[in-house]
Design a protein around this ligand. Structure first.
Ligand code: ZN
Length: 138
């Protein structure tokens, strides 16, 4: 089990970043497991042995993309991606159910920081970005 909120320890040689084929920006790799936890009908998804990446641009419809430039868009996901829409009720922290509005509270942030430090989070599985949500807090 990889430890939460640390760098992806996936040993594959795929590049750590890749450009989203739609918005052209560089994004970081996401573990394949994370994708399996968020897409509809993961048994129908034919993953290739390559790097997969998470596009965090709120204006881009792509959520995941592969080194081969294949894409999975918002409609392929069963999880609503909070960083991709500006609604106050959108989730920012998936481990503890913190919305964008709630993420502005210093007390709630302190709770998430503490809980994360105590390894009570599960970002790799719960956050569609596969990473710790703290960078998305104000
Ligand atoms: Zn994109």
């Amino acid at each position: 089990m990889t430890s939460c909120c640390s760098e992806n320890t996936d040993s594959s040689s795929a590049p750590k970043t890749h450009r989203c084929p739609v918005d052209g920006e560089l994004y970081s790799r996401v573990p394949m497991t994370t994708i399996l936890h968020h897409i509809h009908q993961p048994w129908m998804w034919h993953a290739k042995p390559q790097g997969y990446y998470f596009c965090s641009n709120p204006h881009c419809d792509v959520v995941y993309f592969g080194e081969d430039n294949s894409v999975l868009t918002k409609s392929s996901l069963r999880t609503k991606v909070g960083v991709k829409d500006n609604h106050p009720n959108s989730l920012i922290c998936y481990c503890f159910g913190v919305s964008r509005a709630e993420s502005k509270s210093q007390d709630i942030k302190a709770f998430v920081v503490r809980s994360t430090r105590e390894k009570k989070c599960a970002c790799t599985a719960r956050n569609p970005s596969g990473r710790c949500c703290l960078k998305d807090f104000r």
